[in-house]
Design a protein around this ligand. Structure first.
Ligand code: PGA
Length: 260
């Protein structure tokens, strides 16, 4: 079962996630981190920057983003390449070549996904993958109906996702229709998954993901098939758990050596 940790707010979650990520990566000769975008990972990135920006070992770090919009012009401020540059790459003191994203340009799009998969494999796979969850239960941009064995590919965004993300654009029409995303099978290959969910609007999706049936209709439920998953949620996002009391009890009674 996933380890589910209910915390007071996203700041506490960010500190716990950053601590677990850094502890895992710092001793790897070739550390590989999986990055998410959206609002959810912001507190984790801030905590990582506070704890580790500019440290020497980061020179060996490679990172792979989960997904990217298709068809935004280079340098568009809401492209995930730009979001990660602003929120993670520059504040951490990394050079851009250390961080790869699935390329969202229209040129070469038909072969981009397979090349991205090969790049992750060449790097030795992802040690820790950060994940958010969409209100429709997506992880990455794997919308409902995504194969649980899917690999990186071009997908069409769900209307609900485009509406959720319209807040980052000046209108709904500007939100791209297509994306390129790691598949659910790709995500399962990462060695540790850290799934974050904050706010009451995520409560149904996160409860279904960890307590509901494993189903392509709720893509995040695929994490139930992974042997090492940490789920960090704030109180509003935890409101719909059936077994919330048990998760709190288990976390409060961990042995010292049982860290995240
Ligand atoms: P959010 O999006 O972090 O902006 O809420 C999460 C997601 O859609 O995966």
């Amino acid at each position: 079962m996933a380890e589910i940790v209910i915390v007071p707010d996203d700041q506490v979650a960010g500190e716990l996630a950053a601590e677990a990520i850094l502890r895992r990566l710092i001793d790897e000769p070739e550390p590989v981190l999986g990055l998410a975008t959206g609002s959810t990972p912001t507190s984790t990135y801030h905590a990582m920057v506070r704890r580790a920006a500019g440290q020497d070992w980061l020179k060996n770090l490679k990172a792979f983003a989960l997904d990217e919009y298709v068809g935004l012009p280079d340098g568009h401020p809401e492209s995930y390449a730009e979001v990660l540059r602003r929120e993670f790459i520059e504040p951490m003191g990394l050079v851009p070549a250390q961080v790869m994203l699935p390329p969202g340009g229209l040129d070469g799009l038909s072969t981009a996904a397979a090349q991205y998969e090969a790049a992750i494999a060449d790097a030795g796979g992802i040690d820790v993958q950060i994940l958010g969850i969409g209100t429709d239960g997506h992880i990455g941009f794997n919308e409902p109906g995504s194969s649980l064995a899917s690999r990186t590919r071009v997908k069409t965004l769900a209307e609900s996702t485009r509406r959720d993300n319209a807040r980052f654009f000046s209108s709904l029409d500007e939100v791209p229709v297509h994306c390129i995303t790691q598949g659910l099978g790709t995500v399962l290959d990462s060695r540790h998954l850290i799934l974050l969910a904050f706010g009451a609007h995520k409560a149904d999706a996160i409860a279904a993901a960890v307590e509901g049936p494993v189903s392509a209709s709720l893509p995040a439920s695929v994490v139930q098939l992974h042997p090492h998953v940490t789920v960090l949620v704030d109180e509003p996002a935890a409101a719909k758990f059936k077994h919330g009391d048990y998760y709190r009890f288990a976390y409060a009674n961990k042995f010292e050596w049982q860290r995240l």
